[in-house]
Write a protein of this length. Sequence first.
Length: 154
Amino acid sequence: MIESIQQFMSTVPEIIQVLVVAGVGAIPFLESHGASALGVIAGLPLAVAIIVAAIGNFICTGLLVVGAGKARGSFDQKRVSTPRQLKIKKLVDRFGVPGVGLIGQMVVPNQFTAPALVGLGASTTKVLIWQGIGIIVWAIVFGILASLGVAVLA
């Protein structure tokens, strides 16, 4: 299966390969960790797969965070919380913004948690920094794991 993916990707121009990996990074639940693994499996160099996956994920998440920051002031604070918001609030209460930025991506996609953090009152800058760190860390971890897996299966 890996060989067929790599063979197919070798027929696609490199810029398209990079754009596909960046696009996958922007998809909730796949994010930087899934995109970096896909990039490695597709045959991109490890560093390129990690960087492109992280950039795609961060651009999407960053736009959502900035939008949430701009919208935060226009919503009524007495609104009833949804179950997803309550789950994120519980994570924030337990681990803080850094913990949610690093660990939260394994529980809820960062495209959901990051704007929710801002909606709960966290600093937009702090959320962007910690989400960025988390995105990079998980892209590196899954990129390396995929690289090791491809090496074992090859």
